[in-house]
Write a protein that binds this ligand. Sequence first.
Ligand SMILES: [Zn+2]
Length: 546
Amino acid sequence: MTRIILIVILCIFYLVNGFSQIPRFTRQDTLRGSITEERKWWDLTYYHLDITVNPDDSTIYGTNTVGYTVLERNQVMQIDLQPPLELKQAIQEGEKLNIKHDGNAHFIYLIKKQKPGSRNELELIYGGHPHIAPRPPWSGGITWSYDNNNNPLIVSTCQGTGASVWWPCKDHMYDEPDSMLISVTVPENLMDVSNGRLRKVKTNDEYTRTFHWFVSNPINNYGVNINIGDYVHFSEQYDGEKGKLDCDYYVLPYNLEKAKEQFKQVPLMLEAFEYWFGPYPFYEDGYKLVEVPYPGMEHQSSVTYGNGYENGYGGIDQSRSGWGMKFDFIIIHESGHEWFANSITYRDIADMWIHESFINYSENLYVEYHFGKEAGTEYVLGTRMGIRNDRPIIGFYDVNYSGSGDMYPKGGNMLHTLRQIVNDDLKWRSILRGINEEYYHQTVTTQQIENYLSEQIGVDLSKFFDQYLRDIRIPVFEYSIKENELFYRWNNCVDGFDMPVKVKISGTEKWLYPTRRWASTEIDQDNPVLKIDPNFYVAVLNITGR
Ligand SMILES: [Zn+2]
């Protein structure tokens, strides 16, 4: 009897868990990924991160001063910091506060009455050995490495993992401080390069120097970074849409000549992206490229670079079209994120496609700008080889869980498909620039971007996005030709999918408006041959073979 009960329980367990595609989430995932009660009552205004980084014992010690405005009455504040780092103290107006630790989340019990509308500050004191990045930048933390001259090269990466892997903060993307000061103390023979502008360098008594970097724009938390090394510096000014843009480059001394050659692509990048997306979004903070010992990351106004000073991505053309070897993937892709990721930022990492689909797509816009439309098309169609259709592009909300890596090539091809529907390159460009104006320096949801595109294009795109972002199937254009009649419909797609599509019938271009139901149209050629425009990311099936 007990055996039967056990088997029944096991069957139920497998039915519920074993066959489901939904990963299991924990309370920690919810604390990290949702806008909790202890987060939503206060609005970040300012951070001053002030730390000492010690290469000798691989530790970080320091403080983060958090400025915020009270939105609603509450006396408990959630701050995130991941072990093995320890949140040692929280202080407000000289008073030491009680902290209840719950894994990576720390609940601080404030004494001072938090009056709506008031602006307050809180000082967080922390330190220890930060988590070491297992695989930067994909799996983040701190990387303690050495350059070829055996000088320390210490860098941070934390997208997905969370900024709380190396400093205490509100580790959710919905809220950004309006500005931030990053003060980093390092041994005097090294320098730190962080975000924004270098405000001052202070020489201390203990053979150290402190680098003060000020970011005068809202910054997303994974964009904040430290890069500590024996850097040399060169710079130029780019004459852009909003005036003179300061471009500063920090590289290892033995790579200076290579960098001066390779970084000539920066003005080419700025020219192409300002054309398509509008002005570079952080003129006040400048633009930087900083050499690091991992491939690269879109750190805001200090894009990090580790692509070996060669074109392609790690020497490879991901599109296999040849065009991928005409540019340095990391300079183009990571810098493109200044528009989509740093200026327009996802509120929840489930919507990471807003960063990666637009920037995967930006690679072909770069190619198109410099090498012509046909080249751009070859590039974006070439990247389809990397599409897996394994999981939806949108991940799970409120648990810090991103969707499929298809957000890169499939997302790029979704946008390329959308461009065909717009069928007007000038309008398409004005829409891309429009998104950058509408959501300038904001955190956004998928719904906002979908609605904006539907409104601007004048087509209800809800089913289009359901298909490409929330489903893994490739829609199939099914057709059959009988005498002088073409029968057609969409299949293998979401209910209500009704994307218009461009076809050529014996060389003559024609727009069709298929739905899930069979429709027909007359054609007046003998032995007609139908070809779907390859710019649409769809499959085709001639069901009767005729
Ligand atoms: Zn990216």
